[in-house]
Design a protein around this ligand. Sequence first.
Ligand code: UN1
Length: 499
Amino acid sequence: MATAVGPTVFKNFINGEWVESSSGLAFEDRNPANSRELIGMFPRSTAEDVDAAVRAAADAFESWRLVPAPKRAEILYRAAETLVKRKDDLARDMTREMGKVLAEARGDVQEAIDMTYYMAGEGRRLFGQTTPSELPSKFAMSVRQPLGVCALITPWNFPMAIPSWKIMPALVCGNTVVIKPAEDTPLSTYALIQILVEAGLPRGVVNVVNGGGPEVGAPLVSHPKVAAVSFTGSSEVGRLVSQSCAPKLRPCHLEMGGKNILIVLEDANLDLAIDGAIWGGFGTTGQRCTAASRVAVHKKVYKDFLYRFVERAKTLRVGDGLDPTADMGPCINEEQLNKVMEYVGIGKNEGAKLMTGGRRLTEGVWGNGWFHEPTIFGDCDPRMRIAQEEIFGPVVAVMPIEGFDEAIEVANGVRYGLSASIYTQDVNRALEAMRDLHTGIVYVNAPTIGAEIHLPFGGTKETGNGHREAGNAALDFYSEWKTLYIDYSNRLQRAQIDS
Ligand code: UN1
């Protein structure tokens, strides 16, 4: 079971069997709050394992695509029910391997539950169009067709939610799947797959290959039998994924970085804005692609906001996510912690004012984990690297702004375009912001995080490549249209020519 207490040896899942990797090697899944705790050993797989998984998925596709979508959906409904039943255990395991506080891990599992139910519902929709033909006695409609084998590469920050965003729409549309979960959080994917299998998923329909990007991800996205690729991760790796899909003209969905802004205008409810900046900036230790890592505040309320924001950040308790008193957990691993510390150094060198935090936490309960203080830089210039680059940690850059126009300019002046938020009571300003913020998601009087699964999720510019996941939009990636014309006139009718 996924709730094993001691270290367990886990396997890949290929063609309905739990199997070892052809390398015989394994990597460790460790608790970021206490790196002495080994959660499990997972197979360090190879291109050979990838090939076996893709072949199994390609074979399974031939029968899975013919299973009526409402029947495919029944399996998803059963899986969703099991997720509900096991939510607490799954969340605890997720906190152990990923570090986010338990309430957030429960939210992550809930997001997977929501997506599984939502996509199960699509089994009885998957609507296409029926429309009149321009010719008499002729019928015209369009239906969604599955693509084939979908290769999915998922990140560690939402170990169950993001795999479900990809797996569930892929399955309901009639595709089969090979997934490579992040090396830091393979247990949550393992548990999700196990639940799908228990729910009756036929062999080969979902396959899991564990391992690293170069060893598993690269051969997976370029495998000749893969029909489509969905990747969530950094823009740098996303570009490589896109390049490897391009020669094959293979559809590829990319979900990448963010440098999301939270704008506070002079008429904002400051208490609300501070609540939002704390949750958006330090929720999930800032490790969300939607994190509010920049805050732009109107000069009239700047001092007041900054002072109160900093005071609130100082009260946040950092600790093991299983400790009910902890507000913020560790960074995912040593490398990520080092990146955070590097950016703190960059901020100081750039002349930003360190208002609170800025240090790694190493004493007592923090001794064996990758903990860092919630950190706020004040008086930032929007051109500074800490205000431009994705840090993916508990570091927020606060910038004073002269007014609304400057706020929009600063907001749009980064390479990413995932999420943005504005705090104001002025309905005109709110609507102007909704029009002019060049991001995939805009919040009014709410922070940059907290997207719901039945709406499209994704971003502009270097955040994405034009696709969206979640909601109905996900179906557009995991299916392609087939247009059907049925002529029952018994004579040749020429479109555009015969009238
Ligand atoms: C992510 O940060 O990668 O909107 C996903 C949110 C979550 C999903 C975040 N529902 O913050």
